[in-house]
Design a protein around this ligand. Structure first.
Ligand SMILES: [Zn+2]
Ligand SMILES: [Zn+2]
Length: 54
């Protein structure tokens, strides 16, 4: 990771971020995969790491 995001792996699928183009950056500076974000935010309106509302 280059320090852009607070976390270096996706909290949903627990895989490292490899391709930046598929990463969704949450306003709290946490990041998750775009595909994981789509599924997650349909269920919960919060960041999966810090549980701040998005
Ligand atoms: Zn993921
Ligand atoms: Zn967060």
């Amino acid at each position: 990771a280059d320090g852009t995001f607070l976390n270096s792996e996706c909290p949903i699928c627990l895989e490292d971020f490899l391709l930046k183009s598929f990463i969704y950056e949450i306003p709290c500076r946490h990041a998750i995969h775009v595909n994981c974000a789509t599924k997650w935010f349909k269920l919960r309106g919060v960041c999966p790491l810090c549980v701040q509302s998005v």
